[in-house]
Every structure is written in C-alpha cells, then in structure tokens.
Write a protein that binds this ligand. Structure first.
Ligand code: NAD
Ligand code: TYD
Length: 346
C-alpha cells in the first residue's frame, strides 16, 4: 500500500509514543493520528516534540464511537494500531472497572466502527496489541508460550486483554475484518510510567528510598526493549498489508531474556552506583504469576524480526534517560500536566 494513513490509539502512553516516533521515520506513512484520552499514564509530552506535519493529536476516548468514526472518515484512515489500554496489573487488582471499560468495551467500539466503515466501502486493517499475560503462568521447566498455547489469564488485567483478543478474533470470523493480534512480553525503555518494576525502582533509587520486592522476588519475566517490540508491531502491519500474515493470526514477541525480579533490581542497583536504597521484601501481589516466557520463532521466521537491543545496553540507556529526565517523571507522577489538558481542551 502506498502512503498509508494510520490511527494509533494510546499514542501518548509508553509503547504508543514509541510507535508514533518510529512510524514518522518512514516516508511510507502519510498521516499519523494519535487518539489518546491522557489518563494517568498518558503524557502529552511523550509526543510533544513532534513538529512533523504528518502528525496530528486528537484528545479523546476510544469508547467514543462518534469520534472514532469522524477521525477515520475525515483522515481517511487505512490502518489502526490499537494500544490504548489500562495496563497495570496492580491497579486491576484494586479496581477492575476501568479495565473492563477501556480494554474490553473500548476495543468493542473500535471493532464496531471498523465493521460500519467496511460496510461503507472501506477496508480498515487492525493491529491489536496484546500481551503474553493472556497465556497465564509457567512453571520453571515449562516450555515458553507459543501462539497455540492455551489462553488462561490469571489476573484481572490479563483477563480483560484476553477478552479483547477473543472479541477481535470473533469479529475476524463473523464480520470478515482484517485484524491481527500481537502478544509481547514485558517491555522496558524510556517513557514508561513509574509504576512498572524497572522505572519504579530507578525512581526510588534516585530518591534513596527502599526497593519494594513482592514476596521472594524469584518470579520470572521475559524483558524486551520497547523499540524491538515496536519494530515487530510495524512489521506486522506491513506483513498484513502484503498478505504475508492473514486476518486472525497471532504473533508473539519476546526478548529471549528471562530474569527474576531480584536479578533485575540487583542489576539496576549495580548500574546506578551511589544510593542508600535497599531491597525490601514486602507482601506478595495477590495471585502473582510465577513465570512468563515467550517463543517468538513465528515472528523470526515469518517477519525476519529479531530483538536487537542487548539487555545491558538497553537497561543502561533506560537508566540514563530517567536520570536525564527528572522533570518528565515529576510531571507525570504529579499529574501537573492535567493543567495543560484543562487549558487546551476543557
Ligand atoms: P500505558 O499505560 O503506558 O499507555 C496507555 C495509553 O492509553 C495512555 O496514553 C492512556 O492515556 C491511553 N488510554 C487509556 N484509556 C484510553 C481511552 N479510553 N481512550 C484513548 N486512550 C486511552 O500502556 P503501555 O505500556 O504503553 O501499553 C500499551 C499496550 O501494549 C496495552 O494494550 C498493553 O496491554 C500492551 N502491552 C504492554 C506491555 C508492557 O510491558 N507495557 C507488554 C505487552 C503488551
Ligand atoms: P510489573 O512491571 O508490574 O509488570 P507485570 O506485572 O505486568 O509483569 O511487574 C513486573 C514484576 O515485578 C512482577 O513480577 C511484579 C514485580 N514487582 C515487584 O516486585 N515490586 C513492585 O513494586 C512492582 C511494581 C512489581
């Protein structure tokens, strides 16, 4: 497809902002519209420095079907990269309602609008961004999850993502829409909201605070640099366009980089150097999944995609980014940018 016009949902969040910056590197993308509700984890500054005329920000919700329709019609959108979500497990344990509203019902709105647009002679392609957490938890010696592994979510966040994946697949089957699903392991990198393990620990080290590890800290996650994940997401969009992947397919991405939480925090402590912070084992997360690991051979074989960023380089650069961007961290955690939203939009 020549000169693609793209809608990114959740483009002011962590991964979405990297998607937008990366899409702008390619001439083949003629228009990139970012629809974001700027919830607590979305910061306008994440895309604030973009001056490229192909980029447009729209403040609003994926749950607003009228707004979605207007954007798709007026901007003549061809492809949607859907990243808008409630994304943190601990918050989903505290209160599931926003997860159901955004992750399930918001995805339902996108799917219904695609069907309505397609009935109106459009052919919108959807790349639905999901997570390895839909597969559930592994034991130490189990093989990593692949695309055929059973869907078995074990926390409310994962359950809402699994539900949205099922909705997408049901719309491919029932309404013949062109959608694919990507499932990735834990991302790290610049601009991640400091509630997730790596940025939270960095911020605490900067403030000489103790480092809260849930339970024994021997839980395992696979970690991938956000830019490697984004390369994969964009490659999937291109592969769907070229017919290399078909509607209804699922593609996993991972970093081949399994670590225990204690290993992660020890490594950051070592890279950080001078801090008073000490590891403090605290009460375990409810229903804490023990191990996630993912087999990305399908992506490697079909897309010729590989995670390129070495763990130690990626972690060192991430640490440097947080140290160099203390104002960003202060602004996003204080929510002070809400004044900007109120001034511009309310
Ligand atoms: P994030 O929390 O950093 O960003 C989410 C963004 O969505 C924010 O900008 C927020 O303002 C926006 N948003 C929330 N509700 C919205 C609504 N109703 N309408 C429009 N915008 C809304 O999340 P993230 O880490 O960037 O995750 C992005 C996607 O990737 C999610 O779907 C998540 O499930 C998936 N994912 C994340 C990871 C990870 O490690 N972070 C791993 C695999 C998959
Ligand atoms: P997190 O970054 O929340 O991602 P997810 O739960 O989606 O994998 O957590 C990563 C791991 O770190 C997870 O096993 C929970 C653990 N963790 C802590 O031990 N302490 C913390 O303060 C946080 C936020 C997470």
């Amino acid at each position: 497809m020549n000169k693609i016009k793209v809608l990114v949902t959740g483009g002011c969040g962590f991964i979405g902002s990297h998607v937008i910056h990366k899409l702008l590197d390619y001439d083949s993308y003629k228009k990139i519209v970012n629809l974001d509700l700027l919830t607590y984890s979305g910061h306008p500054e994440n895309c604030g420095d973009i001056t490229d005329k192909r980029y447009k920000f729209v403040y609003g919700s994926i749950n607003n079907k009228g707004l979605l329709t207007k954007i798709i019609e007026e901007e003549d959108i061809d492809v949607i990269f859907h990243l808008a979500a409630e994304s943190h497990v601990d918050r989903s344990i505290d209160s599931i309602e926003p997860f159901i509203s955004t992750n399930i019902d918001g995805t339902r709105c996108i799917l219904e609008v695609i069907v309505e647009m397609n009935n109106n002679h459009k052919n919108i392609k959807l790349i639905h961004i999901s997570t390895d957490e839909v597969y559930g938890s592994l034991n130490k010696d189990d093989k990593p999850f692949n695309e055929n592994s059973q869907i078995s979510p074990r926390n409310p966040y994962a359950a809402t993502k699994a539900a949205s994946d099922h909705l997408v697949l049901s719309f491919v089957n029932t309404f013949n829409i062109d959608a694919v699903i990507t499932r990735c392991s834990n991302n790290y990198g610049p601009r991640q909201f400091p509630e997730k393990l790596i940025p939270l620990m960095i911020m605490k080290m900067m403030n000489d605070e103790n480092l809260p590890i849930y339970g024994d800290g021997k839980q395992i996650r696979d970690w991938i640099h956000v830019e490697d994940h984004v390369d994969g997401i964009i490659a999937v969009g291109e592969a769907l366009d070229k017919g290399i992947v078909s509607p209804g397919e699922v593609i996993n991405f991972g970093g081949d980089n399994e670590k225990t939480n204690l290993e992660i925090v020890d490594k950051i402590l070592q890279l950080f150097g001078n801090t008073e912070s000490k590891i403090e084992h605290i009460k375990d997360r409810l229903g804490h999944d023990r191990r996630y690991a993912i087999d990305s051979n399908k992506a490697k074989n079909i897309l010729r995609w590989y995670p390129k960023i070495k763990w130690e380089d990626g972690l060192r650069n991430t640490l440097k980014w947080y140290i160099d961007n203390t104002d960003w961290a202060k602004s996003i955690t204080s929510g002070e940018y809400r004044n900007w939203i109120n001034k511009h939009y309310n």
